[in-house]
Design a protein around this ligand. Structure first.
Ligand SMILES: [Zn+2]
Length: 367
């Protein structure tokens, strides 16, 4: 066993930028967020933070290793995060986590910035993934809106059906690619910074243009693309339906009709304060009371805020401000855009700032 690598599994790990190719444009806000004021939109609109998941782009756009996070600061050569979680699962992920999920991190965290409206799509449930995709995970996800572009008047997302639509009729809409009607039968929900939307696997959804967010997901890249053309790319049917028979794949689409109130009550999640320490506080943005798949918290640090890993790992993104993270083995400077994988073995630690600092804390599936 490599002693040096093992010591890495016992220290907070600074993550390198890890952009992923997609067939839609965006990413300018990620560039700005990371301090590059001249950064522009490109076909790299997503940053996969602390990811141990391979990105699955269609056809010739599939690139082995894309999506996988790497640790390189202070090392003679880069080490894939995945090799650390596989070699030192208990230190990295935590004993209870390993018991339940093996060496799978059971979490995918992204920064996503869409310049255009994204395709209407859906994701498989766990049960479907287990039966047809040889995976213990489907893809429930959640959106935590960080900002919206000022030039977009009414930023929005599309989610769930708002009127009854039979499977046969929906299939006809898909075959015709009647996007106008596909959009009309979905809820259009206005969003702004701070909003949290829960996207249960199976629900049709799309992110509107100009929305910059943290996205938490189950650790897969399975998408059922209900809409097939986007910014000059047109996907074939077999690329849109997970390589399975379309009617089988479409059987996982959740046709439940939501009222506006049900969308607000069940899919738009209200944050709650969990604790306060002096002027600092921790808020639950979305917790295990909504889904077992992941949790997202916001740490508001004024002066100091103590925290602990309680035997589980987390992935941190500094959203705003600057300061440092003090832990048993030393300290790490933090500033807006810093991304950290915090191994389960870290235990108690303290966030400190002379001004203020806001941190997004992502946690994996419940054990
Ligand atoms: Zn999605």
């Amino acid at each position: 066993m490599d002693v040096k690598l093992k010591s890495l599994a016992q220290t907070p790990l600074l993550l390198e930028p890890n952009r992923v190719w997609r067939f839609y444009e965006g990413g300018k806000m990620i560039e700005r967020f990371q301090g590059n004021s001249a950064g522009a939109d490109s076909l790299y609109p997503e940053e996969w933070v602390g990811s141990t998941v391979q990105a699955v782009n269609p056809g010739e756009h599939y690139k082995t290793g894309e999506g996988l996070a790497v640790i390189s600061r202070g090392l003679p050569e880069p080490v894939p995060l995945k090799s650390l979680t596989e070699q030192f699962p208990e230190e990295m992920l935590g004993a209870a986590h390993v018991k339940t999920y093996g060496t799978n991190s059971a979490l995918l965290v992204k920064l996503l910035d869409s310049a255009i409206r994204l395709l209407i799509h859906a994701h498989p449930t766990k049960a479907f993934a287990l039966e047809h995709l040889n995976s213990c995970f489907g893809k429930t996800e959640a959106w935590f809106v960080l900002s919206t572009r000022p030039e977009v008047d009414d930023p929005y997302v599309l989610i769930a059906f708002r009127e009854e639509i039979g499977r046969k009729r929906y299939r006809e809409l898909l075959d015709k690619q009647d996007v106008k009607e596909m959009m009309r039968i979905m809820h259009r929900v206005s969003v702004r910074a701070g909003d949290v939307v829960y996207v249960k696997a199976g629900l049709p959804h799309a992110i509107g243009e100009g929305t910059f967010m943290v996205e938490l997901q189950e650790p897969t890249d399975f998408s059922i693309l209900l809409e097939r053309s986007c910014a000059g790319f047109t996907l074939r049917e077999d690329e849109s339906f997970l390589g399975l028979d379309p009617s089988l794949t479409l059987s996982v689409i959740d046709h439940r009709v939501y009222s506006e109130k049900e969308v607000q009550d069940e899919l738009v999640i209200k944050p709650k304060r969990l604790r306060k320490q002096g002027e600092s506080a921790e808020y639950q943005l979305l917790g295990y009371d909504t889904t077992e798949c992941f949790a997202g918290h916001r740490l508001e640090v004024r002066g100091e805020l103590g925290d602990a890993t309680y035997g589980r790992f987390s992935i941190l993104i500094v959203l705003d401000g600057e300061g440092k993270l003090q832990h048993r083995g030393g300290e790490i400077p933090l500033r807006r855009g810093t991304e950290i994988f915090l191994p389960a073995s870290i235990g108690e630690h303290v966030f400190q700032t002379a001004t203020q600092m806001t941190i997004f804390k992502s946690m994996p599936a419940r054990v």
